[in-house]
Write a protein that binds this ligand. Structure first.
Ligand code: NAD
Ligand code: TYD
Length: 333
C-alpha cells in the first residue's frame, strides 16, 4: 500500500479519487487550499481515515510539507477548472495550473517521489467538427485560457520524464458529471435552475457536443493510470458517450418532469469548443479500464443526488449569483 498525496482532493473529481483510494486501503493525504470550488464536506465519508492538509500548491511553504511527510505517489488534481471563469480572468489559472504544477514537480523531484500523476484534460487538443476523435498524440490546440494553462502544465510534466527521468503519467479525461460537482458546470446548473422553474441558460444553439464521463468511472481510470501506466505516457479517459448540450438539457428536464419552455438560448461562449471526442483504446488495451456507467443511468443518479442534497447547492449560491451576473452577460435568467 502506498502513501498517496491527492492535490485538489476537496474538489469534485479529486474527492471521488480520494474516497476510492481510502476504500482500497491506501494511506491518503489530501492537499487542498479550499478555494471557492473546494469543500471538505466531499470528504466526510472518509472522516478519520485520511489526512487533510490545507495548503496552496503555489505557496513557498509547500517544501515544509514534503520535508515532514513521506509521499510515495502524487495524484495532482488541484486546478482552477472552469472555462468561463478563465475567460473572465485568466491570471489565477496561470498561477495555479502552470506555476503550481511546476512547483509540485520540483518538490516531487527533490524529495524522490516514486510516481507523479497529472490530471490533464481532453480540452488540450482543441475541438473537433462533427467527425473524428482525439488520440494521445493529437497535437495540442487549446482554445481557452483554462485549456491553454492545462496544456502548458501537461507539456511541463512530460519534460520532467525526458529531462530528469521522473516516473510521470498523465490522464486526459473528458467532461465529468456526477454527485458533488460545483454548481457552475452545465449539469448542476440545469438541475438547480429547473428545480426553481428558472430559465436554463444554453450557449448558442446548444449544438456543441461533449463526451460525458461519470465521475466514479473517471476516478477509477485515474487509479489504473497511477498504478500501472507506463512512465512518460498519456492516457485518454473517455466514455464514448457523446451528447449535444441541448439533449443533455432536455434529458435532465424530462427526468425532473419540467417543461422545455424553461430553456433559454443565450449569447455563445467566446471561443466555444464545438465538440470533444476521445479515442480511449490505449487505456482500454493497456490497462483494461472502461467506463461502466451509461449516460442515462448516470444522469438519473446525478439528478437524484442533487435533489437530495439541495442544501449543499444552496450554500454555494451567495457566491455563485454574483458570478452568474458576470458570466451570463447581463442576460436575465
Ligand atoms: P474542482 O474545481 O471541483 O476542484 C479543484 C480543487 O482544487 C478544489 O478543491 C480547489 O480548492 C483546489 N485548488 C485550486 N487551486 C488550488 C491551489 N492553488 N492549491 C491547492 N488546491 C487548489 O475541479 P474538478 O472538476 O474536480 O477537476 C479536477 C481536475 O481534473 C482539474 O485538474 C481539471 O482541470 C481536471 N479535469 C476536470 C474535468 C471536469 O469535467 N470537471 C474534465 C477533465 C479534466
Ligand atoms: P461546462 O460544464 O462549463 O464544461 P466545459 O466547458 O469544460 O465543456 O460546459 C459544458 C458545455 O455546456 C459547454 O459546451 C458549454 C455549455 N454550457 C451552457 O450551454 N450553459 C451553461 O450555463 C454552462 C455552464 C455551460
Amino acid at each position: 500500500m502506498k502513501t498517496i498525496l491527492v492535490t485538489g482532493g476537496a474538489g469534485f473529481i479529486g474527492s471521488e479519487f480520494a474516497r476510492q483510494a481510502v476504500r482500497k486501503g491506501h494511506a491518503v493525504m489530501v492537499l487542498d487550499s479550499l478555494t471557492y470550488a473546494g469543500d471538505r464536506k466531499r470528504l466526510e465519508e472518509t472522516a478519520g481515515r485520511l489526512e487533510f492538509i490545507e495548503a496552496d500548491i503555489c505557496s513557498t511553504g509547500l517544501e515544509d510539507i514534503f520535508k515532514e511527510k513521506r509521499i510515495d505517489y502524487i495524484a495532482h488534481f488541484a486546478a482552477e477548472s472552469h472555462v468561463d471563469r478563465s475567460i473572465l480572468d485568466p491570471s489565477v489559472f496561470i498561477e495555479t495550473n502552470v506555476k503550481g504544477t511546476s512547483q509540485l514537480l520540483n518538490m516531487a523531484r527533490k524529495f524522490g517521489v516514486e510516481r507523479f500523476l497529472y490530471v490533464s484534460t481532453d480540452e488540450v487538443y482543441g475541438d473537433l467538427p462533427e467527425e473524428g476523435q482525439f488520440i494521445e498524440t493529437t497535437p495540442f490546440n487549446p482554445s481557452s485560457p483554462y485549456s491553454a494553462s492545462k496544456a502548458a502544465a501537461d507539456l511541463l510534466v512530460k519534460s520532467y520524464h525526458r529531462t530528469y527521468g521522473m516516473s510521470v503519467v498523465t490522464a486526459r479525461p473528458s467532461n465529468n458529471y456526477g454527485p458533488w460537482q460545483y454548481p457552475e458546470k452545465l449539469i448542476p446548473v440545469i438541475i438547480y435552475k429547473a428545480l426553481r422553474n428558472e430559465r436554463i441558460p444554453v450557449y448558442g444553439k446548444g449544438l456543441n457536443v461533449r463526451e460525458w464521463l461519470y465521475v466514479e468511472d473517471c476516478a477509477a481510470g485515474v487509479f489504473e493510470i497511477l498504478q500501472r501506466g507506463r512512465p512518460g505516457q498519456e492516457y485518454n479517459i473517455g466514455s464514448g458517450q457523446e451528447r449535444r448540450n441541448i439533449d443533455v438539457v432536455k434529458g435532465v428536464i424530462k427526468i425532473m418532469g419540467k417543461p422545455e419552455g424553461l430553456i433559454e438560448f443565450i449569447k455563445d461562449r467566446p471561443g466555444h469548443d464545438f465538440r470533444y471526442s476521445l479515442n480511449a483504446d490505449k487505456i482500454k488495451n493497456e490497462l483494461g479500464w472502461r467506463a461502466v456507467t451509461g449516460f442515462e443511468d448516470g444522469l438519473e443518479r446525478t439528478v437524484r443526488w442533487y435533489l437530495d442534497n439541495m442544501v449543499w447547492v444552496e450554500e454555494k449560491m451567495g457566491y455563485l449569483k454574483d458570478y452568474w451576473e458576470k458570466v451570463y452577460g447581463g442576460v436575465t435568467i
